[in-house]
Design a binder for this molecule. Structure first.
Ligand SMILES: Nc1nc2c(ncn2[C@@H]2O[C@H](COP(=O)(O)OP(=O)(O)O)[C@@H](O)[C@H]2O)c(=O)[nH]1
Ligand SMILES: [Mg+2]
Length: 446
């Protein structure tokens, strides 16, 4: 540890602010405080100090200084914090003065959190929770990330790993008695129930995590339908701005127009697509339709919109989640038949133009967004990295169970693999290669 440099960075947001917080971590932290303000404050006690440039004793700023001796700090190392006036000039001068203090260097992105991990202050799943927490834009994101950061997910992962380890202990103990008849069978039998229950829990967790990406990345809502149904009008109504061009000319929308919004505390990516019709002959419109079809496939919620005065309205690519009959201010023609063809009896009738029925539609959509998230609010298998490890663990355990009675040594080896996989999620083993990826997500100063 001793060869590690002392790192420093602006930990609060860049640009003008009331206060700028510069953090320092490493063995030189105390020396840094002495260099800049002579008298080191009492540990963990905010003290007002004048900070001076060590080269010429000119004043950098006056601010609060914290001296935080390790190991009970976020990095596990000695730390210091300088709360100065948050102007770019003050912060720049402070950082410049820090850069010439021997043994100090500017922190890389995520360096503070990484040191916290190396020193056992935080595990990988908690670090990922912290990254999500820092990136959280909505309340649902904040709550899920906070739970992960506080270690809820980690303790579940650790619990699973412990049950693998206790099965392993039993198998290893039996290996010594393998000469005796029936010991192998008895051992495998004894761990069977435990493994089955573990596999079941892992499966449930995978399923619950299937929608977790929605909390992180947002729910994709796609509006599709024939030309002139009012799709672009609907997108504009939801986004409260003229994001898409509205016109009576069929084939106006040629690309996927996306707008971000928050619904039920969740980020929603709402997409308007080119109207689907046959035989338009326009090459660019055809490309737009191809994009529309792709967007429909990737939709978490598909809104199929048709106009009430156009009974011949085509068919959606897949069962829509919401059918919207627009233009209810106009006379309806033969829609009943169309609805039967669509096999959907829960359409919402609206007029984007007059606003009729729009509150019902908004409520229906928002309920659906909430429903998508119910599953994932408590999800712990939230990243691809977790999914891969859990799926592989399930495969190994299933093979063990399905393979009849195998040699105990082999069983033990497979259980060891499973425990390593589960341990790699929280970072207790074999994780060098994933570290760079996880910590590079952080900004500098974290
Ligand atoms: N009468 C009536 N016209 C509408 C309504 N909603 C949209 N329109 C009109 O229908 C035409 C097509 O709308 P647009 O949003 O561009 O449809 P899109 O092709 O599905 O994107 C435009 O002239 C809109 O003003 C509605 O509720 N009632
Ligand atoms: Mg349009």
């Amino acid at each position: 540890m001793s060869e590690l440099k002392t790192i420093y960075a602006l930990s609060s947001g860049a640009g003008r602010a009331g206060v700028g917080v510069v953090r320092v971590s490493g063995s030189e932290s105390r020396a840094v405080v002495e260099t800049l303000c002579r008298l080191v404050p009492e540990p963990r006690r905010a003290s007002l100090r004048v900070l001076r440039n060590p080269a010429d004793a000119s004043i950098i700023d006056q601010g609060l200084v914290l001296w935080l001796p390790g190991p009970h700090t976020v990095t596990g190392e000695d730390m210091a914090e300088f709360h100065v006036h948050g102007s770019p000039a003050v912060v720049a001068e402070l950082l410049r003065c820090l850069s010439v203090i021997p043994g100090c260097e500017l922190a890389e992105a995520g360096a503070f959190t990484r040191r916290g991990f190396v020193n056992g202050r935080i595990d990988l799943v908690e670090a990922e929770g912290l990254a999500d927490l820092l990136a959280a834009e909505t309340d649902v994101q904040r709550r899920r990330a906070m739970r992960q950061f506080l270690g809820e997910a980690s303790s579940v992962y650790e619990g699973w790993r412990n049950s693998v380890l206790s099965a392993l202990a039993l198998v290893e103990a039996s290996i010594d008695f393998v000469e005796e008849d029936g010991v192998a069978d008895a051992a495998v039998l004894a761990i069977g129930a435990e493994i089955d229950s573990l596999v079941e829990q892992l499966r449930l967790a995978l399923a619950a995590g299937a929608n977790a990406g929605l909390v992180r990345d947002g729910v994709r809502v796609v509006i599709a339908g024939p030309p002139n149904a009012g799709k672009s009008s609907l997108l504009n109504w939801f986004s409260k701005r003229e994001a898409a061009i509205v016109s009576p000319i069929a084939g106006t929308t040629r690309d996927v127009v996306e707008t971000r919004m928050v619904m039920a505390g969740v980020p929603v990516l709402l997409s308007d697509t080119a109207g689907l019709r046959e035989g338009s002959g326009d090459e660019i419109e055809a490309m737009g339709m191809a994009r529309a079809l792709r967007a429909m496939e990737g939709a978490d919620i598909l809104i199929w919109m048709v106009a009430l005065d156009r009974p011949d309205s085509g068919k959606p690519l897949r069962d829509p989640d919401i059918v919207v009959l627009n233009k209810c201010d106009l006379a309806s023609t033969g829609m009943a038949e169309y609805m039967i063809r669509l096999r959907n009896d829960s359409a919402v009738e609206v007029s984007v133009k007059t606003g009729a029925g729009m509150d019902v539609l908004a409520e229906r959509l928002s309920a659906m967004v909430r429903e998508k998230l119910l599953v994932s609010d408590s999800a712990i298998v939230v990243r691809e990295r977790h999914r891969v490890a859990i799926s592989e663990t399930i495969r190994i355990l299933n093979d063990l169970r399905g393979g009849g009675v195998v040699a105990l040594e082999l069983t033990a080896e497979e259980l060891r693999k499973a425990s390593r996989l589960l341990g790699s999620i929280t970072g207790h083993i074999d994780v060098e290669d994933v570290l760079g990826k996880i910590f590079s997500e952080f900004c500098i100063g974290k």
